[in-house]
Ligand binder design. Structure first.
Ligand code: ZN
Length: 138
């Protein structure tokens, strides 16, 4: 069995952002040489997500509005977590949007469903954050 590990680093210009990372995951898969197996992609920070959905900008604005209704960033004082920090909303948004995705690898390709793409969801950006890619198979 082959194993492959790689970290990606992101530093978004805004506090919140949605970044399509599908091509970077595909490049890692090519680098791994795995033809049949599983590909895990997870955020390595508890205020960011990795999720799969449609690459459609209207949907991404909908995510932003929906998450801000569920867990508004401000006022910061509404959250118990915000003693020394101001990112309680980012922890909550990350929990809703998820930590990781697993994609099957078939014949050397990510075996996606219709319109599926992999996204990095940033909820407390403007600093270096990491994503782990782990690929196992043969
Ligand atoms: Zn925090």
């Amino acid at each position: 069995m082959k194993t492959f590990r790689k970290e990606l680093t992101f530093r978004t210009k805004t506090r919140r952002a949605y970044v399509n990372i599908t091509s970077q995951v595909e490049a890692s898969l090519a680098e791994s040489g795995v033809r049949e197996g599983l590909c895990l992609v997870n955020a390595m920070n508890i205020t960011a997500s990795v999720f799969i959905n449609d690459n459609e900008s209207g949907l991404h604005r909908d995510f932003e509005r929906w998450l801000e209704k569920l867990a508004p960033e401000k006022p910061h004082s509404q959250y118990d977590h915000n003693g020394y920090e101001d990112n309680a909303d980012a922890h909550l948004k990350r929990t809703v949007m998820g930590r990781e995705v697993v994609v099957a690898i078939t014949d050397g390709r990510l075996d996606f469903g219709t319109w599926e793409q992999i996204f990095y969801g940033e909820f407390d950006g403007m600093r270096d954050k990491r994503v782990l890619i782990k690929i196992i198979g043969e």
